[in-house]
Every structure is written in structure tokens, then in C-alpha cells.
Write a protein that binds this ligand. Structure first.
Ligand code: AQP
Length: 330
């Protein structure tokens, strides 16, 4: 972050709507960990209310909420240093969302590309999907966050949160902290195996904790063009290179760029390299994740403590907002 010396409140979440994937890791979780290491006051949640906009299987949602919490811990979110909680364990979020909807212009939501994209993909729409950015604003504003680490695809939603906080503050007084997005330049949108954005709902992901053979299949299913082995290839136009470079040091990137442009490099070899680099990075986390499988009580305890910590900020914040808006706090 720009001012590393000042301790900031950080918040972000991931929907437990499917298994975590490379896009979630490189677009978000990697930055979550970095901000914990910089000593900020971090709040990371499982956005199960958001997941309801795409997942309507109660058993699966419960299971994914729990398993994604274990994933967070295995990936390196230290529950001793950051609050990890489930969105629905903070009931104040939904109350704040309603209060915020009353200052949110319809046009602001109609312009949101995530909603428009999902409709364009033929996903069915409901009010939850449309109102999603207001719930997201509540998630952020409720802990008085200064800063929100998210992937590029979420930049517009953070702008919406800033706009909503601004509308509120102008009407009712400067109560809400206007947060900033934290998206380092190096953080790109990770492409999925079919070339679209890697996304749980597009079924084009490379998962973080799938069995090894499944991960191999996912990597080997990345679509490529029909260029022959001999032909030199442009790394900047290659989806394989876009995935490969996520795992590489600067030196390794230079090596692979050279291999791409020199010709004689087959796509099979690149896919195998991605698989090897994937294992180099994730195997320790996958081992930790296997251990956590046998510790469900520990996960529950982490989530309980995390929600308790977040509610210490959320309760008084919502009481202040209610009072400012003319709603009694009895
Ligand atoms: N492909 C991606 N590249 C970079 N960042 C990504 N993120 C997600 N996909 C990519 C970032 O991960 C965080 C959590 O995302 P999410 O799961 O809550 O919602 P999402 O962005 O909608 O992710 P999915 O996989 O596309 O979920 P579904 O299909 O359920 O909607 C965010 O910070 C996001 O930027």
C-alpha cells in the first residue's frame, strides 16, 4: 500500500459459491496475505449471502462455507492475526444494506457490469443479483474499512461503495468511511480454461484444492490455437503464458518468453510446466488443507471468534447510522 506505516482497516470476502480457483488466489487471497503481513487490521469473510444469488442448494452452501474457511486458513490467512468470519454471522450487514438501499440511485446499479455480464451469459436474474453491490457496500462500510483488496473485476463495485458512502454522508453527516480499492498493477484478471474470466459459475476453473489428477486435467484443458510446434509464438497473445507467468519469478518469465518467441515450444510442454509450478506453490498449502479436514471444531471456533471481533465494530456503526437516519435504537 502507498502508506505502509499507517495501520489500516482492511476488509474483503469471497463467495462460497464453488471451489476456490487460481483467479481467487492471484486476484485476491495473495493480497489478503500481504496486507496481514504488513500489520493491518484485517477482516476476511465468506460471503454466503452473496453466494445465494447463484447457489440454491442448502447442503452444498453450508459445506462450501465451512470448507472455504478451511481453504482460507490453509492458504495462509492466519486467524490469530486476521478476523475470519461468515457474512451471515454479522446480521447487522443486512440491516445496513437496507438502510443504504434508500440512498442508492437505481441508475448506479443498472450500470454495474457484473450484473450485465451475468445476464448476457444467460444466468437467471433476481433482485439479489441486481442489489448485490449494495450488500457489498454494507460488507465494507460496516467495519469502517479504509481499504479493500479485490481483483480487477471488482473495481467498479468498490466505486459503487464509495458513491453510496458519499450519498449517505452528504444526506446524514460524515459517518461512513469512504474506502479505497487495493488492486496492485501486477494483479490481472486470470483467464479461465476456455478463455473467459476464470469464474466458478463458468465452470472453467483451475481449482486450488481439487485432487491432483483433476488439477492436471483442468490445466491440460486450457484452450490453445493450432500453431505448430516449430512456429514462434507471441507470449503476450497466449493464454497459456498468461497463466504460466502467475507462478514465475522474473528470471523464469524471461526464460519462458524466450522459449515462446524462439519457436520449437509445444503447448504440452507449457501445460506440464504450469502443472509443476502449480505444485511447487500450492503443495504445502494443500498438505495443510488435508490436515484441516479433521479439525472442524477448530474451524468453527475461528469463525465464531472472527464474527465476535467484527461485530464489535458493526453493532455501534449500525446504531450510529440508525440514529442519524431517524430510526430509534431501543
Ligand atoms: N478470474 C479472476 N481473476 C482475478 N481475480 C478474480 N477474482 C475472482 N475471479 C478472478 C477475485 O476473487 C475475489 C472473490 O471473488 P468471488 O468468488 O467472491 O466472486 P467472483 O469475482 O464473482 O468470482 P467467481 O469465481 O466469478 O464467482 P461466481 O462465479 O460465483 O460469480 C474477488 O476479489 C475477485 O475480484
Amino acid at each position: 500500500m502507498t502508506d505502509a506505516t499507517k495501520k489500516k482497516i482492511i476488509v474483503s470476502g469471497i463467495q462460497p459459491s464453488g471451489n476456490l480457483h487460481l483467479g481467487n488466489y492471484f486476484g485476491a487471497v495473495q493480497q489478503f496475505i500481504q496486507l496481514i503481513r504488513e500489520g493491518h487490521d484485517c477482516y476476511y469473510f465468506l460471503a454466503n449471502y452473496h453466494a445465494l444469488t447463484s447457489l440454491h442448494e442448502p447442503g452444498r452452501l453450508l459445506e462450501l462455507t465451512h470448507s472455504t474457511a478451511a481453504d482460507y486458513i490453509a492458504l495462509g490467512l492466519d486467524p490469530e492475526l486476521a478476523a475470519i468470519y461468515v457474512q451471515s454471522d454479522l446480521p447487522e450487514v443486512c440491516e445496513l444494506q437496507w438502510l443504504l438501499t434508500t440512498v442508492t440511485p437505481m441508475g448506479l446499479l443498472e450500470r454495474c457490469h457484473a450484473y450485465k455480464d451475468k445476464i448476457a451469459q444467460g444466468l437467471s436474474s433476481d433482485h439479489g443479483l441486481f442489489a448485490y453491490p449494495v450488500l457489498q457496500a454494507a460488507d465494507i462500510l460496516i467495519v469502517r474499512a479504509d481499504c479493500v483488496p479485490v481483483g480487477q473485476d471488482q473495481r467498479q463495485h468498490i466505486e459503487v461503495t464509495r458513491d453510496i458512502a458519499g450519498y449517505f454522508n452528504r444526506l446524514y453527516g460524515e459517518l461512513l468511511t469512504v474506502p479505497e480499492a487495493y488492486i496492485p498493477e501486477s494483479v490481472a484478471v486470470v483467464p479461465g480454461c476456455d478463455g473467459r474470466k476464470m469464474s466458478k459459475s463458468y465452470h472453467n476453473t483451475i481449482e486450488l484444492f481439487a485432487p491432483e489428477e483433476e488439477v492436471r486435467q483442468q490445466i491440460f484443458s486450457i484452450v490453445t490455437d493450432s500453431a505448430s510446434l516449430k512456429e514462434p509464438k507471441d507470449p503476450d497473445k497466449s493464454m497459456l503464458y498468461a497463466v504460466l507467468k502467475l507462478f514465475c519469478t522474473e528470471e523464469e518469465k524471461a526464460y519462458w518468453r524466450d522459449r515462446f518467441t524462439s519457436g520449437g515450444l509445444g503447448y504440452r510442454e507449457v501445460k506440464q510446466a504450469i502443472f509443476d509450478l502449480y505444485m511447487r506453490l500450492f503443495e504445502p498449502m494443500r498438505a495443510r488443507r488435508r490436515e484441516l479436514d479433521s479439525q472442524p471444531e477448530y474451524i468453527d471456533e475461528v469463525l465464531r471468534r472472527g464474527a465476535e471481533k467484527a461485530r464489535k465494530i458493526a453493532r455501534p456503526l449500525v446504531a450510529e447510522v440508525r440514529a442519524a437516519m431517524g430510526i430509534p435504537n431501543r
